[in-house]
Write a protein that binds this ligand. Structure first.
Ligand code: GDP
Ligand code: MG
Length: 339
C-alpha cells in the first residue's frame, strides 16, 4: 500500500494523511496501520497528564526541545507529540495550544505534532490515540509524548498506552490534589511540580508525598522496618527490591529549569522497566486493552448489522418501561427476542 510505504520513508504529508484517516476510523486507515504494525514497538511512549493550566503543553514543548538539542545530528532523537484534549470540543483549545507549539518547534523535521480535540466517545478517543501513536512509532519517532487533560477515566486509559506516565501538579491548585489522589497517583511513574517559581511549592510537595504514601503503601512498610530510612527508602533498597518509587521533581517549564533532570528521570524509568521486565508487561497490557476495545466495537457493529433494528427498538422500549433490566435485555437480544 502506497500510504504505508510513504510513511515508512519518512514522508510527513503521508503521515499527516494517515493520522486523519485513523481519527476518522476509516478502513483505509485500518489497512495502513495493519501494514505498519510489525514496525511498531520501538518508541518510548511517555504520557503527560494533569489538570488544565498546570503547564503540560509548556513542559512537553521544553522536553521536545531538550531532546532535539542532545548529542550530534546522527544520534538525535525524533520526537512525536500527541495532544489529546477531551475537555475542549467546542473551544478549540487544543488547536490554540498547538499554534503556540508550532511556533516553538516549527521547521524541525525531527518533530511531529498532532492535536486531537475530542469527537464522539472517550473510548473512541482512546482508540484513535492508540492508532496515532502506532503510526508515529512506525514512522520512526523514538519518543512520543502524549499530553492529556487529567480529568478521569480518559487519562487512565491513555496512561495504559504509555510506558512512562508523568503526572503534573502546580502550586496554588491545592483543591485539585484531593481529586488527584484517588486515581491519578496510582498511574504516576514520575511526579512533577511545575511552576516551582510560584509560592506554595513546599506545601504542594508535602501534599504530594502524602498522596504518594496512600497510593504506594510499600514506602510505609520500609519506613517501619528500616531504622536507617527516615524519609524515603534508600536508592539501594529500592534497587534491590526492584520497586519503583515515583520521584518528585520541581520544574519551571517556562524557563526550562529542571527539564534536564526530568529527561534523566524518564531515562531511568525506561531502564528500570527494561531491567525488570516491566517494559514487556506494559506492552502486553497495552495491546490487550487495545485488542479488547477493538473486539468490543467489532462485535457490537457486527451484531447491529445482522439484527433487525425493529427488535432492538422494541427491547429498548421495554427497558425504558422498566419491563426488562439492561442485563435481561442483552439476554433477550442474544436469544433473538425471547426474554
Ligand atoms: N509561572 C509559571 N507559569 C507557567 C509555567 N509553566 C507554564 N506556565 C504558564 O501556565 C499557563 C498554562 O500553561 P499550559 O502549558 O498551556 O498548561 P496546560 O493546560 O497544562 O497545557 C501558561 O500561561 C504558561 O505560560 C511555569 O513553570 N511557571
Ligand atoms: Mg495543554
Amino acid at each position: 500500500m502506497i500510504l504505508a510505504a510513504s510513511v515508512l520513508e519518512g514522508n510527513r504529508l503521508a503521515l499527516a494523511r494517515l493520522l486523519t484517516q485513523i481519527e476518522n476510523d476509516s478502513s483505509e486507515g485500518q489497512a495502513a496501520l495493519s501494514e505498519l504494525f510489525p514496525r511498531t514497538g520501538q518508541a518510548h511512549l511517555i504520557g503527560v497528564t494533569g489538570a488544565p493550566g498546570t503547564g503540560k503543553s509548556t513542559l512537553v514543548n521544553q522536553l521536545a526541545r531538550f531532546y532535539r538539542q542532545q548529542g550530534d545530528e546522527s544520534e538525535r532523537k525524533q520526537v512525536g507529540i500527541v495532544a489529546v484534549d477531551p475537555s475542549s470540543p467546542f473551544t478549540g483549545g487544543a488547536i490554540l495550544g498547538d499554534r503556540v507549539r508550532m511556533r516553538d518547534l516549527a521547521g524541525d523535521p525531527g518533530v511531529f505534532i498532532r492535536s486531537m480535540a475530542s469527537r464522539g466517545s472517550l473510548g473512541g478517543l482512546a482508540r484513535a490515540t492508540a492508532g496515532i501513536v502506532q503510526a508515529m512509532d512506525a514512522a520512526g519517532y523514538d519518543l512520543i509524548l502524549i499530553e492529556t487533560v487529567g480529568a478521569g477515566q480518559a487519562e487512565v486509559d491513555i496512561a495504559r498506552l504509555a510506558h512512562t506516565t508523568i503526572v503534573i501538579e502546580a502550586p496554588g491548585l491545592g483543591d485539585d490534589i484531593q481529586a488527584i489522589k484517588a486515581g491519578i497517583m496510582e498511574i504516576a511513574d514520575l511526579l512533577v511540580i511545575n511552576k516551582a517559581d510560584r509560592p506554595g511549592v513546599d506545601a504542594t510537595e508535602r501534599a504530594l508525598r502524602g498522596s504518594l504514601q496512600l497510593a504506594h503503601p510499600v514506602e510505609k512498610i520500609f519506613r517501619h522496618h528500616g531504622p536507617q530510612v527516615t524519609e524515603q527508602p534508600s536508592e539501594q533498597i529500592l534497587a534491590e527490591k526492584r520497586i519503583w518509587s515515583p520521584p518528585i521533581l520541581r520544574v519551571v517549564a517556562t524557563e526550562g529549569t529542571g527539564v534536564q533532570e526530568l529527561a534523566q528521570a524518564i531515562q531511568q524509568h525506561r531502564q528500570f522497566l527494561e531491567e525488570t521486565g516491566g517494559w514487556q508487561r506494559r506492552e502486553r497490557v497495552r495491546l490487550q486493552s487495545e485488542l479488547d476495545t477493538i473486539l468490543q466495537a467489532f462485535l457490537v457493529a457486527r451484531w447491529h448489522a445482522k439484527a433487525p433494528d425493529q427488535l432492538y427498538q422494541q427491547i429498548l422500549d421495554k427497558i425504558v418501561a422498566r419491563e426488562l433490566s439492561p442485563w435481561q435485555a442483552v439476554q433477550a437480544l442474544l436469544n433473538g427476542g425471547a426474554a
